[in-house]
Design a protein around this ligand. Structure first.
Ligand code: UDP
Length: 383
């Protein structure tokens, strides 16, 4: 292996979004790149595939919607794939009724039975927040949510969902998680605020294939880098996007993740729930949401109109080593553990750690691309 490795200038571990972007940038800068991927296909948890029976593109590890305010990232992604003008909307069921999920006028008026106008919202919310009696900066997810929307809305739409999703008391979770959700004083029911949104017209699997399609990139699938790392020359630069703790043989213990379990079902109807994602806010329902993937692509008319659809129930799950990691569980204890691994990572001069697993971060796809570009360009500038 070592002799053969002299053919390469850099090693990329993991062919998820981060690894694909890094490999591409390295290759375009004139490097010969070897990508090692443990799975049999690229794309990590953002991967999609077409179901052969129905023709429906399914997101294998849960729905992924591309959205960004970063012009550089948007231009970069568009070099490799074009995006539809899909705008994500999320509905949520609470206590047997369905609401539009962005915390905005549609939800507030439906929930309270009011007819508030945009100008009424700040005063109304301030009144609700005052009733909750919170003072000072929010210290956790619960306080952050209550300070944004008041206690009744928090208890209806956030508390149960968050408790299920994280199996952690919202008082022990960081507030940034909830800042992902827009709060609006109008009837805009789009889930994201970013000016650029969509899903890849030809599918996520094509995006990853296109990123890797370069003569200087060699990809080996079903290959576990850590099991054979000794075989690679020590001076070969490594761009590592496997789990950070795995790289160090879990020497301080495993960083905690939240898992997911998906239940897939094909239904003999054209449209089962009428939208891409329906959230289930109540703790009494064991799943957090149901995806109906054909709604991502109404422009694929034959598939969209066919009398078959695929739905997928998403159940949050406890995670143990060996399970697929989905969400890092950011608590005070995991922050302490992470800091130890980060210190060790900083002492590895030839290794650049990145991506959701390599950095142990709750990442949106656009942020992964931005970070990959920054990291690889910093490397190229000094190489
Ligand atoms: N959330 C919630 N109710 C909802 C949707 C989201 O309480 O109906 C909270 C929950 O804590 C969740 C976070 O907002 O973890 C982020 O949700 P989002 O759907 O944006 O994240 P994703 O799981 O898609 O990354």
């Amino acid at each position: 292996m070592t002799e053969e490795m002299t053919e390469f200038d850099a090693l990329v571990v993991g062919a998820g979004l981060w690894g694909c972007v890094v490999a591409r940038e390295l290759a375009e800068a004139g490097n010969r790149v070897l990508v090692l991927e443990a799975r049999s296909l690229p794309g990590g948890n953002a991967r999609s595939q077409i179901d052969p029976k129905t023709g429906i593109e399914c997101h294998c590890y849960g729905a992924h919607i591309f959205h960004t305010s970063d012009e550089r990232v948007w231009a970069y992604a568009n070099r490799f794939i074009s995006f539809t003008d899909y705008r994500h909307r999320v509905l949520t069921e609470h206590d047997g009724k369905v609401y539009f999920m962005p915390l905005g006028l549609a939800l507030i008026n439906a929930f309270y039975g009011t007819n508030l106008k945009p100008a009424d919202v700040p005063g109304f919310i301030a009144g609700e927040v005052a009733k909750a009696g919170l003072t000072g900066e929010p210290r956790n997810l619960e306080e952050q949510a209550i300070s944004l929307i008041g206690r009744p809305l928090y208890e209806a739409f956030i508390k149960g969902y968050t408790q299920k999703q994280w199996n952690t008391d919202p008082k022990d979770l960081p507030s940034f998680i909830i800042r992902r959700l827009p709060v609006r004083a109008n009837y805009d029911i789009g889930y994201f605020n970013d000016p650029h949104q969509g899903v890849p017209r030809e599918g996520y699997f094509t995006l990853f294939a296109n990123l890797l399609d370069h003569p200087a990139i060699t990809v080996r699938y079903n290959t576990d880098y850590l099991a054979q790392r000794e075989a690679f020359p020590a001076e070969l630069p490594v761009f590592y996007s496997g789990p950070l703790d795995a790289y160090f043989n879990y020497r301080y213990g495993a960083l905690p993740w939240r898992g997911l379990r998906f239940e897939w079902e094909t239904k003999p109807v054209r449209d089962w729930q009428g939208c891409t994602v329906m959230n289930y806010a109540d703790a009494s329902v064991p799943y957090t949401r149901i995806h109906e993937f054909k709604h991502f692509h109404p422009e694929r008319e034959a598939v969209y109109q066919s009398e078959k659809t695929i739905i997928c129930r998403e159940f949050p799950a406890d995670w143990k080593l060996g399970d697929i990691p989905y969400y890092p569980v950011n608590t005070a204890a995991s922050a302490e553990l992470l800091a130890k691994y980060q210190a060790d990572a900083a002492a590895c001069p030839n290794v650049i750690f990145g991506g959701r697993l390599g950095e142990y971060r709750y990442y949106d796809m656009d942020k992964v691309i931005a970070r990959a570009l920054d990291q690889v360009h910093a490397y190229l500038a000094q190489a």
